[in-house]
Design a protein around this ligand. Structure first.
Ligand SMILES: [Zn+2]
Length: 232
């Protein structure tokens, strides 16, 4: 089997092992693309290939028994810089979703020392950039993260992944199948979006709020007191 990884330019071999995605060359290359919904066809031809790659990753995950039918790619300046696929079944990790792993992959590629968190120089995801004119953000500058990137996902993101996309400051989300489509094949994360709109006490999960708040706030105070804190 040929190994095609998305982390070729990541120097750290350990990180490459973690983020690398073994892909059987030629396998499932365009399988199933005829079933993409009409909205995918509305994408620019150059963008369609990104949705095709996200879907290829999703199909690979299904065929190998690695996880659900979900794949994602992150694109910067017309180039794929991150790939992810659902590997929940392979890893036994419930949060190993395509979008989250694509973000981790892209971050590792853009920020050579991302996991050390010690290099904030130009071109890294931790480089500080000013807020955009008219932004309601009260913080004048934040780390760049994945600003300037787009993400292509074959299915609608779950709330966890959508939050990860917000944290990443990704500019544009393109997804194919809807939450309704996802529910139809047994992945019922649509309810999570509903649950988020409810008060804590009404959620499906028992939540105790305001629990020993004074203790928790000590960490917040440590952040506030830190002179060289790095907003992100
Ligand atoms: Zn997700």
């Amino acid at each position: 089997m040929n190994i095609c990884t998305c982390g070729d330019e990541v120097a750290d071999p350990d990180r490459r092992r973690f983020f690398g995605y073994a892909v059987a060359a030629g396998a499932v290359a365009a399988a199933g693309l005829g079933t993409l919904p009409a909205q995918a066809a509305a994408l620019e031809p150059g963008q369609r290939k990104f949705m095709e790659e996200a879907t290829r990753l999703a199909i690979e995950s299904v065929e190998k028994g690695w996880g659900g039918p979900f794949g994602a790619v992150i694109v910067k300046d017309g180039e794929i810089i991150g790939r992810g696929q659902n590997r929940v079944l392979l890893t036994g990790c419930p949060v190993f979703h395509a979008e989250v792993t694509a973000i981790m992959d892209a971050s590792a590629k853009l920020n050579p020392k991302a996991l050390l968190g010690s290099y904030y120089g130009p071109g890294t995801i931790l480089e500080m950039i000013p807020r955009e004119p008219g932004s309601p953000d009260p913080v004048p500058e934040r780390a760049r993260m994945l600003k300037g990137c787009e993400i292509y996902i074959n299915g609608a993101p779950c709330p966890m992944c959508m939050s990860a996309i917000y944290w990443s400051r990704i500019d544009h989300v393109y997804f194919g199948a809807s939450l309704k489509d996802t529910s139809a094949i047994g992945f019922d994360d649509a309810f999570q979006y509903d649950d988020f709109t409810k008060p804590w006490a009404d959620r499906r999960i028992a939540v105790t709020e305001n629990f020993e708040r004074d203790i928790g706030l000590k960490a917040f105070q440590a952040w506030t007191n830190k002179k060289d804190r790095h907003p992100y």
